[in-house]
Design a protein around this ligand. Structure first.
Ligand SMILES: Nc1ncnc2[nH]cnc12
Ligand SMILES: [Zn+2]
Length: 335
């Protein structure tokens, strides 16, 4: 089964580029930028990466991103993730980036987006990987800050597909960002949002009714509301589920209790993703393997999850057709 999972071409729809910052690269970049970080060894890092909740993780994640200064830093970060895509057979990825994490520290929006764009072109040339960018607003900051970010993004609009909403969920409901999402959609960005990761099912309702999202990031807590589950199925909204993130951030107590299979059984278009793989120690294949083993998922269920990601990606119809054909070709070899 592990070999089967590894051999399938995959799409990743929920990945924070700042969350793919491996400690070794962080040490290198911190050293060349002469920035002190609180760890000296990988062992110290591993000890620090024990989280009790989302906020616990976010504090460490924002501190780590603080060593990224120059365009080359962001480029190296992105190329390291694309290399992992290649190793995990990810042929299409939709990468979230948090501009405010950097602009709040005085780094120009242009530095970040130019590096990502260069890396995207190089990854396409080197490994044939296709990728899109999702500009995520930080929900712990005021809506005006998101508006400022939207404004900064406009000269680079052609490089950005979608807008997202991430960071501290509790107390920062989607409705706080109603106007900036409406303005973003007017500019042509496709809306997505984290909802129901830690926050209640009401936040998922707001994401779909107020922000009018095309996909829900996480969404696990929809299972607490049958009406909401029916609505998600009816509207054919996919969930970008991140099993090992949920485990590491204690949104799931043990992996055998992860809700992924329940979501599939209710007819929800769930997908599997890694979220912040450097912090949770697992890229996409490891996420698939963990849930397959813990929930005893069949090959057919794995195929459904993989196909859901391609079908609910923001790729063109032509790309989707080609991706699904590539998946079917691999499946045929196993039949
Ligand atoms: N899992 C997550 N939830 C919310 N914001 C995030 N930013 C990076 N990872 C996140
Ligand atoms: Zn996330």
């Amino acid at each position: 089964m592990q070999e089967f999972i590894a051999s399938l071409p995959k799409a990743e729809l929920h990945l924070h580029i700042e969350g793919s910052f491996e400690p070794e690269l962080m040490f290198d970049i911190a050293q060349r930028n002469q920035i002190e970080i609180p760890y000296k060894t990988i062992d110290e890092v591993k000890k620090a990466y024990q989280f009790s909740c989302l906020q616990d993780f976010l504090d460490i994640y924002y501190a780590g991103a603080g060593v990224l200064i120059h365009e080359k830093d962001f480029y190296d970060l992105a190329m390291a993730y694309y290399q992992k895509c290649y190793e995990n057979n990810v042929i299409h990825t939709e990468i979230m980036f948090d501009p405010q994490t950097h602009t709040e520290r005085g780094i120009a929006f242009e530095t970040v987006i130019s590096a990502l764009q260069k890396a995207r072109l190089d990854a396409k040339e080197k490994w044939g990987i296709n990728s899109l960018f999702i500009m995520s607003y930080l929900r712990h900051l005021p809506e005006e800050s998101a508006f400022e970010t939207l404004k900064q993004s406009l000269p680079y609009k052609k490089w950005i597909t979608s807008v997202g909403l991430d960071s501290s969920e509790m107390g920062n409901p989607p409705s706080k960002f109603k106007d900036v999402f409406a303005a973003s959609v007017k500019e042509g960005y496709v809306p997505v949002a984290h909802a129901g990761e830690e926050g209640p099912s009401e936040y998922i309702w707001e994401a779909i009714d107020v922000l009018k999202v095309a996909r829900i990031d996480h969404g696990n807590r929809c299972l607490e509301d049958d009406k909401l589950v029916n609505e998600i199925v009816k509207r054919d909204l996919a969930l970008t589920v991140c099993p090992l993130s949920n485990l590491e951030l204690r949104n799931t107590d043990v992996i055998t209790n992860h809700p992924l299979k329940k979501l599939l059984d209710k007819g929800i278009k769930a997908t599997v993703n890694s979220d912040d793989p450097a912090y949770f120690g697992s890229y996409i294949n490891a996420n698939f393997i963990a849930v397959q083993e813990a929930l005893d998922l069949s090959k057919e269920e794995i195929i459904t999850l993989v196909k859901n990601s391609f079908k609910h990606s923001f790729a063109t119809d032509e790309q989707k057709k080609s991706y699904l054909e590539q998946v079917d070709k691999v499946i045929a070899n196993y039949r």
